[in-house]
Design a protein around this ligand. Structure first.
Ligand code: ADP
Ligand code: MG
Length: 163
């Protein structure tokens, strides 16, 4: 569902990238030094997304998950505010050419709650689904097309992408 994210574009940001191909999947590591570079990085991710793509964004509070969502939305032409839907759990965005759902499952008490809120309808739609804290709904989510792991690093954030 996703096209590969090119080595060349990503190397602009860091010059320090490893791509490991294992059984057809790939993992990529990079260090992103600040928020604006994070938004550019997210724009690259956006280029590889298609209708129905599911992306897991994993990392601690403050890691930069919502920043990546904002970068993706910006690259689809959305310039409004983007906040994690911590209490509502999901925020819909109807964009010019694409519908997108941004989930923040941090406060999901029980994975089954996702069923009650009509989780499957979101995933079965043709929308792009971006999920923060997917680990809170383990077993109730579709297989992601892309997983983005973000962690704190002395020089910004370390990102690992698994496709
Ligand atoms: P999360 O959604 O994971 O809780 P946010 O996206 O809200 O995190 O980001 C938290 C903070 O981290 C924001 O102040 C943002 O500007 C900052 N930030 C995002 N990406 C980076 C980065 N690559 N390096 C340093 N700070 C970053
Ligand atoms: Mg967030």
């Amino acid at each position: 569902m996703l096209e590969s994210i090119g080595y060349c574009r990503l190397s602009i940001y860091t010059g320090n990238i490893a791509i490991v191909v294992i059984f057809g999947a790939f993992t990529m590591h990079t260090i992103i030094p600040n928020e604006s570079a994070m938004l550019l990085f997210a724009a690259d991710i956006a280029q590889s997304l298609k209708a129905g793509s599911v992306v897991f964004l994993e990392g601690d509070l403050g890691a930069g998950k919502t920043t990546i969502v904002r970068g993706i939305l910006n690259s689809f032409g959305y310039t409004g505010a983007v906040k994690s839907p911590t209490y509502t759990l999901v925020e819909p965005y109807i964009l010019a050419e694409q519908q997108l759902y941004h989930f923040d499952l941090y406060r999901l008490g029980d994975p089954e709650e996702l069923e009650y809120m009509g989780g499957r309808d979101y995933f079965d739609s043709n929308a792009i689904c971006l999920l923060e804290w997917p680990e809170k709904a383990e077993g109730f989510l579709p297989t992601p097309d892309l997983r983005v792991f973000i962690s704190y690093h002395a020089n910004g954030r370390k990102i690992e992408i698994v496709q």
